[in-house]
Design a protein around this ligand. Structure first.
Ligand code: NOJ
Length: 528
C-alpha cells in the first residue's frame, strides 16, 4: 500500500525543497489543553501552504513519557494521547498531500524510552537474558561493579550509564530514560525496517533521522579518554559517534525507501568531525540529506560565511547530494537572538540562506521573527539537560515557546487554553494575524522570498555560487537565471553599484539609483 494522495509527483523534489519544522507541542493546540497537537497542526496546514514551503517535518508525536519532549519513544507505531490518535496523524498526512505539502516524520533509532516494552522486559528478565541483548547492559568496573563500565558521558551531563537494582549498568547517551539500542542485534535492525514501512505505508514522504551518527558503538565500548567536554552540537571524534558501521544500516534503509513510489527521503541529524565524513551518509545508496550544522554554527562574519558556504558545497559535490542550510531548530537559540544583531540581521541571514543552492530548513516561528525567550523561570523549564549539572547548556526551552497566531494576549490564538511554556507579554505584534498583509513584516518577507524561489528556480538550483567582487564585509554572488544576492555583513553601510532590478530586500530601502548604499545587516535579491 503506497498512498500518495494527490501530492505533485516530482523526482528529486527534495534537492531544493524548503522544509518547515513543526515542533508539535508548540505549533497549534486543537483541544485547548495548552499543548500543541495533531488537530492543531492539521488546522494550520493551509497557513504553511500559503507560506510557500514544500514540506513539513514533524518532531516526534509518538507515545512517550516525554522525558525528552518525545525523543524518548515508548511505542514507535502509536501516537501519544496528548497529540491525538493514529487517525489524526493519517488525517494530517492526507490533508498535507491535498495541499501539495509533503510530510517528513522524526525517527528516533539510537534510543527508546525506558518505558518501551523491550526495555521493560530487559529489566524484568535480568542479567544474561536475551531481552537485555537489545540494549547495552554491562557489569560495572571496581571491586563490586560500583563504577560505570566505561568513562562515557551523557550529552545531557553526567555518566552515560545508569545502574539497575540487580547491579548491571545500561548505556544511555542522553537521559537515563533514553536507553541506547544495541544495533548489532538483528531484532533491532528488523524492527526499524518494519517501523519505516509502517510510516511509509501511511504515506509519509520521508524521515528525519535523530542522532543518525550514534547508532553503532566502537567494538568493546572503549573509554573515550578523559577531559572531553561533550556538547550535543559538537563534532569530536568519539567511540560512540560516526562509526563506519552505521553506513550498512543506512544502505538497508535506502533499499526500503526505494521500494516505495513517490521519492521518499531521509535526512540525517549526523554530527561528524568533518563535512567530508557527513557526505558519506549521503552516498547514492544511503540517505538523501544531512543537516548542515557547520552553517548553523557560523557567526555573522563575511569571511566565515563564505568559507562555510564553499566548504559545504565542496563536501557534497563528490556524492552529488544537495547541500542543506539551517539557521534555527528546536535545539538551538533562535537565530534572531543568536546572531546578535536583532531582527534586521536575522532577516538578512534568512535571505542569504534562501539564495543558496540546495535545500533549506525553517523552524516554526522564525518566519515571525520570534526571538529566543531568555527569561523563562526555572520552575517552568522542561529540558532534561537543565536538570543535570554538565553537558549541553540546558536552555532549549527558550526556542520551544508556543508560537503566536492572533490576538492581544497569551495564548495569542495558540489554542483555547493556556500554553505549556509561558509566552512573553509583548508578542501580540509578532503574531501571524498582526503581520499578515503588512509589507514590512517578517512574515510577508518570508512569503515573498518563498514565492520568488518558486518563480525563480535558479535560487535553489545548482551546486555552486558564483562569487562577485564586493566591498570588504559584503557578500555578493550570482545564481542561475541572472539572480544576484548582496548581503552586508558589516556593522556599517556599504556603497556598491546596483547589479540590476531589485527583487526583494530584507529591509525597506531606496535602491532606485545606480549606485546605492547597502545598510548594515541587509540582504538584497536582484535580477540582472
Ligand atoms: C536530537 C534532538 O534534536 C534533540 O532534541 C534530542 O534531545 C536528542 N537528539 C536526543 O534524541
Amino acid at each position: 500500500m503506497t498512498p500518495q494522495h494527490n501530492v505533485t509527483p516530482a523526482t528529486d523534489w527534495w534537492r531544493d525543497a524548503v522544509i518547515y519544522q513543526v515542533y508539535p507541542r508548540s505549533f497549534a493546540d486543537g483541544n485547548g489543553d495548552g499543548m500543541g497537537d495533531l488537530a492543531g497542526i492539521r488546522s494550520r496546514l493551509p497557513y504553511l501552504r500559503d507560506l510557500g514551503v514544500d514540506a513539513v517535518w514533524l518532531s516526534p508525536f509518538y507515545a512517550s513519557p516525554q522525558a525528552d519532549a518525545g525523543y524518548d519513544v515508548a511505542d514507535y507505531r502509536s501516537i501519544d494521547p496528548m497529540f491525538g490518535t493514529l487517525p489524526d496523524a493519517e488525517a494530517v498526512i492526507r490533508e498535507a498531500h491535498r495541499l501539495d505539502l509533503r510530510i517528513i516524520v522524526d525517527l528516533v533509532p539510537n534510543h527508546c524510552s525506558d518505558q518501551h516494552e523491550w526495555f521493560r522486559r530487559g529489566l524484568a528478565e535480568g542479567p544474561g537474558s536475551t531481552a537485555r541483548e537489545r540494549f547495552h547492559f554491562r557489569k560495572g568496573r571496581g571491586e563490586n561493579g560500583e563504577e560505570p563500565p566505561n568513562d562515557w558521558e551523557s550529552l545531557f551531563g553526567g555518566p552515560a550509564w545508569t545502574r539497575v537494582p540487580d547491579g548491571e549498568w545500561y548505556l544511555h547517551l542522553f537521559a537515563p530514560e533514553q536507553p541506547d539500542f544495541n544495533w548489532e542485534h538483528p531484532a533491532v535492525q528488523d524492527e526499524f525496517r518494519s517501523i519505516l514501512r509502517f510510516w511509509l505505508d501511511l504515506g509519509v514522504d520521508g524521515f528525519r533521522v535523530d542522532v543518525a551518527h550514534g547508532l553503532v558503538k566502537a567494538p568493546g565500548l572503549p573509554d573515550m579518554g578523559h577531559g572531553e567536554q561533550l556538547k550535543l552540537l559538537g563534532n569530536q571524534v568519539l567511540p560512540f559517534f560516526d562509526q563506519d558501521g552505521v553506513h550498512d544500516i543506512y544502505r538497508s534503509w535506502r533499499a526500503v525507501l526505494d521500494e516505495y513510489s513517490g521519492d521518499r527521503i531521509a535526512v540525517a541529524e549526523a554530527w561528524t568531525p568533518t563535512a567530508e565524513r557527513t557526505a558519506l551518509y549521503l552516498r547514492s545508496d544511503e540517505l538523501h540529506q544531512a543537516f548542515n550544522f557547520h552553517y548553523l554554527n557560523t557567526g555573522w562574519d563575511a569571511a566565515a560565511l563564505r568559507e562555510a558556504i564553499d566548504s559545504s558545497l565542496d563536501a557534497m559535490r563528490p556524492v552529488a547530494a544537495p547541500t542543506t542550510w539551517v539557521l534555527s531548530n528546536h535545539d538551538v537559540v533562535r537565530h534572531r537572538t543568536r546572531l546578535g544583531g536583532g531582527l534586521d540581521r536575522a532577516r538578512a541571514a534568512t535571505l542569504l540562506m534562501l539564495a543558496l543552492p540546495g535545500s533549506a530548513y525553517l523552524y516554526q516561528g522564525e518566519e515571525l521573527g520570534l526571538p529566543e525567550v531568555t527569561d523563562l523561570p526555572d520552575e517552568v523549564r522542561q529540558d532534561p539537560s537543565f536538570f543535570r549539572d554538565t553537558g549541553q547548556d540546558g536552555l532549549r526551552d527558550g526556542c520551544r515557546v508556543p508560537i503566536p497566531w492572533s490576538g492581544q494576549q497569551a495564548p495569542y490564538g495558540f489554542g483555547d487554553g493556556g500554553t505549556w511554556l509561558p509566552q512573553p507579554a509583548d508578542w501580540a505584534g509578532l503574531s501571524v494575524q498582526a503581520q499578515t498583509g503588512d509589507p514590512g513584516s517578517t512574515l510577508e518577507l518570508y512569503r515573498a522570498a518563498l514565492a520568488l524561489r518558486r518563480t525563480h528556480p535558479g535560487l535553489g538550483a545548482g551546486e555552486t555560487v558564483e562569487w562577485l567582487a564586493a566591498p570588504e564585509g559584503v557578500l555578493a554572488f550570482r545564481r542561475p537565471g541572472g539572480l544576484v544576492c548582496t548581503v552586508n555583513v558589516t556593522e556599517a553601510p556599504a556603497r556598491l553599484p546596483a547589479p540590476g532590478r531589485l527583487l526583494l530586500s530584507s529591509r525597506q530601502l531606496d535602491a532606485s539609483q545606480d549606485d546605492f548604499v547597502l545598510p548594515a545587516d541587509t540582504a538584497l535579491w536582484w535580477e540582472e
